[in-house]
Design a binder for this molecule. Structure first.
Ligand code: NAD
Length: 484
């Protein structure tokens, strides 16, 4: 890794009860820089024993953390937020080194991640219960909001900073304590913000971070009765596994899972705006985002024009290491990701799709792939039903609004959808007909801390950000006061 201004941010031990700790066995997992396939460093390969210790540490810290006033918790979150922004360059470099995205995008992610800490510091002051008119005159009924308790936080590699803050900030604001299991591919971003939380004065045990391979850690989080909630972002496969595992101890769950976003361009769209939105939505993070456009549906009247404009932009994209200036697509996370992208493109071409744009030359390295635009995509292709999770934009042609909606909604996923039209009537009609948790009209960017983020159907349960985000970490207690 290039030199950090604050070398302490690069941590190769896990965090349990305020102690930076190796695995009990001493074994470690290598973390690989996807740009160079070299080892960035190692983290402890922990299992059930350490996870149990982390849960106990979170439980021990819970009583005092819960008793702090909302203003005290808010002040600590504000201090954490300030430190994240103060160290943005180092945090972005750590993120790019382990995850691959261009540095400018990594800075954007740190700002986005920090925005949740600020937002929930503010929301901590607005945890409000309510009173209910009593059926009898000698009683009063009050509804109190209380923290859920110890939470297990399991996060993916594609946003190694923001997926953590989006969960941990509301959890802490509500008065919960947490055990975080970051992705084994990107643990250093988590450990860096764990160190900053310590510096901010967040007490030992409130945030614990266990690292290593997922199965044993996950099993302990699922089975341990002290954990009252699991908040997970990742694939639908693992999400449903966690749901089954959490059933025995009836834990609360928030699940942010996979998507298969349609991006619909109608004949009456502003085409330049639509191309801009498609670039932002499809190619950010090399297409490795849950809300990225997976299927671009373009109406027949503008199909060729849209394809030509998009192809011109994609042909000009530069692929390379995220730390290099001017790079818009970094390496993919691993070789399995490359294999999946290739499988989707080969299947599409075999079924009649045509590659009309194929980015620029590739740098050497096994984890690079060119951005691609495909025309002639059809719903029988694998990329119509699976997340490609790469920089591939397949264009599907449609004739009518009803046909576009049938294709768009024809998926078990329901995370994000986008559409472009200049017609107000169509805007309402289509916006209401799309079966997704988030819909963008004339925009390819819908992520912000102020709006609820989350999916329906197999894209998950619950919402993050916004006012709703903190409710995920609060229980309701109805308090009946009699004999008054
Ligand atoms: P993944 O499901 O493979 O892994 C996510 C996390 O779960 C990682 O920390 C992993 O180590 C852990 N995990 C894996 N097996 C486990 C087990 N048996 N027990 C406990 N934990 C386990 O997903 P990924 O490849 O890291 O991320 C990509 C997926 O995440 C995509 O499907 C993407 O759409 C989804 N995603 C969704 C959102 C959202 O907000 N809805 C955001 C980002 C990513």
């Amino acid at each position: 890794m290039q030199t950090l201004k604050e070398p302490n941010l690069f941590r190769q031990q896990a965090l349990i009860g305020g102690q930076w700790t190796p695995a009990a066995s001493g074994s470690t997992v290598d973390v690989i820089d996807p740009a160079t396939q070299t080892v960035v460093g190692t983290v402890p390969d922990m299992g059930a024993l350490e996870t149990c210790a982390a849960i106990e540490a979170a439980s021990a810290a819970y009583g005092a953390w819960k008793k702090k006033t909302h203003a005290e918790r808010a002040a600590l979150l504000e201090a954490w937020h300030a430190l994240m922004l103060q160290h943005i360059e180092d945090l972005a470099l750590i993120l790019t080194t382990e995850q691959g995205k261009p540095l400018e995008e990594a800075r954007g992610e740190i700002r986005y991640g920090a925005s949740f800490v600020k937002w929930f510091a503010e929301e901590a002051r607005r945890i409000e219960g309510h009173t209910i008119p009593s059926p009898t005159s000698d009683r009063r009924i009050i509804v109190l909001k209380e923290p859920v308790g110890v939470c297990g936080i399991i996060t993916p590699w594609n946003f190694p900073n923001a997926m953590i803050t989006r969960k941990v900030a509301p959890a802490l604001a509500a008065g919960c304590t947490v055990v975080i299991k970051p992705s084994e591919f990107t643990p250093f971003s988590a450990l860096a913000i764990g160190w900053l939380a310590e510096k901010a004065g967040i007490p030992a045990g409130v945030i614990n971070i266990v690292t290593g391979m997922p199965a044993d850690i996950g099993n302990e989080i699922m089975a341990n009765e002290t954990v009252r909630k699991i908040s997970f972002t990742g694939s639908t496969r693992v999400g449903s596994l966690l749901m089954r595992g959490a059933a025995d101890s009836v834990k609360r769950l928030s699940l942010e899972l996979g998507g298969n976003a349609p991006f619909i361009v109608f004949d009456d769209a502003d085409l330049d705006l639509a191309v801009e939105g498609a670039i932002a939505s499809k190619f950010r993070n090399g297409g490795q985002t849950c809300v990225c456009a997976n299927r671009l549906l373009v109406q027949a009247g503008v199909y060729e024009a849209f394809a030509a404009k998009l192809a011109a932009r994609v042909n000009a994209m530069k692929v390379g290491p995220g730390t290099e200036a001017g790079v818009s697509i970094g390496p993919m996370i691993n070789e399995a990701a490359i294999a999946k992208i290739n499988r989707h493109v080969e299947d599409a071409v075999a079924k009649g799709a045509k590659i009309i744009a194929r980015g620029a030359d590739l740098p050497s390295g096994r984890q690079y792939t060119t951005p691609i635009v495909l025309t002639g995509a059809t719903t029988d292709m694998v990329l119509a039903s699976e997340e490609t999770f790469g920089p591939v934009a397949p264009l599907f042609r449609f004739e009518s609004e009803d046909e576009a909606l049938a294709i768009a909604n024809g998926t078990p996923f329901g995370l994000a959808a986008y559409f472009y039209t200049e017609s107000l009537k169509r805007a309402w009609r289509v916006g209401e007909a799309l079966e997704f948790g988030m819909v963008g009209l004339n925009t390819g960017a819908i992520s912000t801390e102020v709006a609820p983020f989350g999916g329906i159907k197999q894209s998950g349960l619950g919402r993050e950000g916004a006012r709703a985000g903190i409710e995920e970490y609060l229980e309701m207690k109805s308090f009946h006061m009699a004999g008054l």
